[in-house]
Design a binder for this molecule. Structure first.
Ligand code: PMP
Length: 330
């Protein structure tokens, strides 16, 4: 076995684990451990593919600056790749984001500009518009734009999909995804259409997001709000293809977070909040089946950055997500 010479070689090829201790009806349920990527999330994969595509297309030159609007996992993936490849990274971040994420981004060398999170598209201080404006003004810069960049789904079509297929020995009945940018579901839809058109794509979405309504009716109204980070949308991202979604589940914050906590207790896996939504959706799908199926979902990111929130009983109690009797010596 050869030992990698770059941390970038350790992106992807994540392990698969069969989930134990949950009621999965007649099905077997597997989770792909994307929390084991170098910065702790599935977004390291697109950090690599977005930068590689910009290099290939001549959109960024040595010493150049990548610009993106995110405080999420994409920022961390980009910060890792930018640092390793010698690019600067400027991130425009709304001011509600967790301090731990900002510290991690700065430690990786990113230039973090904080802006208001209480304004919408079209406002001069809206984070995505600021990023686009900065990219237009700054020479040798590139606006990454994960929501509209085809290199995002491409990463999942060419890495995540083939890895699942190989790990499951070519036997997968359903894959359960969440949607943030839609990169994962779109890339996997394309891959499975090629190798296994009968494999079903299943959507797990936070309550308040518009995606389940859109899948069921082709239309959507005003979005609500939810606590789950990284998934759920108030619009349909340009790169997002939901045309192959076979079943869609809307999951409450309480069910999501309690399911992620149960995964840690039963299987020892410390997943983030979106992991709980995906697992809860996958469990509902499994229990609705009448014949045995092999179902795959994801631990999208690590729960480390949520230790003071969803893994803290007092926070859960304050949010009304846990009964007093469950919180021990409160
Ligand atoms: N889970 C988490 C924690 C994420 O950060 C993201 C990406 N925002 C996703 C799931 C969804 O991935 P995608 O952007 O590919 O739809």
């Amino acid at each position: 076995m050869s030992i990698p010479r770059s941390v970038l070689d350790q992106i992807g090829r994540t392990p698969m684990l069969e989930v134990q201790g949950f009621d999965t009806g007649p099905c077997r349920l597997f989770v792909k451990l994307e929390n084991q990527n170098p910065t702790g999330s599935i977004k390291d994969r697109i950090g690599l593919s977005l930068v590689a595509a910009a290099e290939r297309d001549g959109l960024i030159a040595p010493g150049g600056t990548l610009i993106e609007a995110t405080a999420g996992n994409t920022g961390l993936g980009l910060a890792l790749v930018a640092a390793q490849k010698g690019y600067k990274l400027l991130l425009v971040v709304p001011d509600k984001m967790a301090q731990e994420k900002i510290f991690h981004l700065k430690a990786l060398g990113a230039d973090v500009r904080i802006t208001r999170s209480d304004v919408g598209k079209g406002h001069p201080e809206y984070y995505q518009d600021i990023a686009e404006r900065l990219a237009a003004e700054m020479p040798n810069s590139f606006y990454v734009n994960q929501f509209g960049n085809p290199a995002n789904p491409h990463a999942h079509e060419t890495t995540t999909g083939p890895e699942i297929w190989e790990q499951m020995a070519g036997d997968v009945d359903a894959v359960v995804c969440g949607v943030g940018s839609g990169g994962t579901i779109t890339g996997l839809t394309r891959y499975f259409r090629q190798v296994s058109p009968d494999t079903r794509m299943v959507l797990a979405d936070p309550e308040g997001s518009v995606l389940v309504d859109y899948v069921r009716t082709g239309a959507y109204g005003e979005a609500g709000s939810w606590l789950i980070e990284g998934i759920g949308e108030d619009f349909i991202p340009p790169i997002c293809d939901l045309s192959a979604v076979h079943a869609a589940y809307s999951i409450s914050d309480a069910e999501s977070l309690q399911t992620a906590r149960a995964l840690l207790r039963k299987c020892g896996v410390l997943g983030g909040s979106s992991t709980g939504t995906l697992l809860a959706g996958a469990l509902r799908y499994c229990r609705e089946q009448t014949r045995p199926q092999r179902v795959v979902t994801f631990v999208c990111d690590s729960g480390n950055k949520y230790l003071s929130k969803m893994y803290n009983d007092f926070w859960m109690f304050d949010q009304g997500l846990l009964g007093r009797e469950q919180t021990g010596n409160l």
